[in-house]
Ligand binder design. Structure first.
Ligand SMILES: *[C@@H]1O[C@H](CO)[C@@H](O)[C@H](O)[C@H]1NC(C)=O
Ligand SMILES: *[C@@H]1O[C@H](CO)[C@@H](O)[C@H](O)[C@H]1NC(C)=O
Length: 347
């Protein structure tokens, strides 16, 4: 009799039974045999990493849900031809995200990420469809789960889609800037994750290697997170859109950024730096039965400073605060320094 009363309540309130979405860990590509997950040695309920924070939740949750120091005692370990020694093979059962949304899994990074990169870690999995997905992990990796919804938010995570060049923001005189209040030392920052191969599906080894098809470089950048508009003494209006401008590109369109970069370079005796992304012709192997592309996350050194860029039409000093000048770190061979990662996606 009791159950007869309770049942209609559940039917009336279906939200009661809807669980928070998550990545559930499994042993194999069919996602039939769940495996335990431990974070700092504590078992995680339901073998599930919850996906309950968005990639845009910068202030409240650092863009995701952090799971530190994960171990998967029952995961298969490398030894076959799909990974390097010590790799744990973990498969993730994922439900279908809401329409227009995607679930994201990242590896935590030891470097800063809020200057050039908008992602708190390196993306290794991003899905828009229900399914069973693979990631290679190392014991004690820390992972971040997140989600995005809508084109604007998801563009942060769609690293295989190249963004266009920065917008032209100045017409007229270029302001002359000087450095004010520069930080004494740089911070090391992750750059934007860049796809260096196109997504490919892999039916069976050995046709599952990735060779770089997309030639890419990494260059000096100016990053600023506020937009400014002011009228110079000469009457020219200057607007400076928030964003990141890369200076190594053939056509450097944002003259505010180039003025700021020039001021920093004059002060510090450095020049625009460009590094090529090169890897062994044969990139990491992809797990059969998956779709993935290969990517690179460059490492940067960034100096934060304020810049004095002349006077406005009222004779007031124009100061831009907290702008980062970032140089790619280069290896001894002149290549861009950073890490390569396979990114698994849904078809
Ligand atoms: C990571 O977790 C293990 C238990 O799995 C624990 O022994 C170790 O101290 C943890 N490491 C850190 C850095 O917290
Ligand atoms: C980078 O690539 C360009 C064009 O592919 C080449 O001309 C240049 O020599 C490369 N630079 C280095 C440091 O390898």
């Amino acid at each position: 009799m009791l159950s007869a009363c309770i049942l209609p309540l559940f039917l009336l309130f279906p939200a009661f039974t809807t669980a928070v979405p998550g990545f559930v860990a499994y042993k194999e590509l069919t996602c039939s045999d769940p495996i335990d997950i431990f974070a700092d040695g504590e078992q995680i309920p339901d073998n599930k990493l919850k996906i309950d924070h968005a990639i845009t939740e910068w202030d409240s949750h650092a863009a995701g849900h952090y799971y530190d120091n994960l171990t998967f005692p029952d995961a298969a370990v490398s030894g076959d031809d799909s990974g390097k020694a010590g790799t744990q093979f973990v498969y993730w059962g994922v439900e279908k995200p809401d329409p227009g949304c995607q679930f994201i899994m990242m590896k935590d990074t030891p470097y800063g990420w809020q200057v050039i990169s908008k992602m708190p870690g390196t993306e290794i999995l991003r899905v828009a469809e229900e399914g069973c997905y693979f990631t290679p992990l190392t014991a004690h990796d820390s992972l971040i789960t997140s989600y995005c919804c809508g084109q604007d938010d998801c563009s942060i995570a769609e690293v295989e889609i190249q963004s266009g060049p920065p917008k032209d923001v100045v017409s007229g005189d270029t302001p002359q800037c000087t450095v004010k209040n520069a930080a004494a030392s740089p911070t090391i920052q992750d750059g934007q994750q860049i796809a260096i191969t196109r997504p490919q599906s892999c039916e069976a080894a050995p046709a599952c290697t990735h060779s770089i098809q997309i030639s890419q470089t990494v260059s000096t950048a100016v990053a600023h997170f506020k937009s400014f508009t002011f009228t110079q003494e000469s009457g020219t209006e200057i607007s400076f859109e928030s964003g990141i401008d890369f200076l190594g590109q053939e056509k450097m369109t944002s003259t505010m950024s180039s003025s700021i970069a020039q001021a920093f370079m004059d002060e510090n005796g450095v020049t625009v730096t460009t590094g090529n992304i090169t890897a062994a012709t044969e990139g990491n192997r992809q797990m059969p039965g998956t779709i993935a592309f290969y990517s690179f996350v460059p490492h940067y050194e960034c100096w934060k400073a304020d810049y004095d860029c002349g006077k406005d039409i009222n004779g007031n000093e124009v100061v831009f605060e907290g702008i980062s000048f970032c140089q790619p770190r280069l290896s001894s061979t002149g290549d861009a320094d950073g890490i390569f990662r396979m990114v698994y996606i849904s078809g």
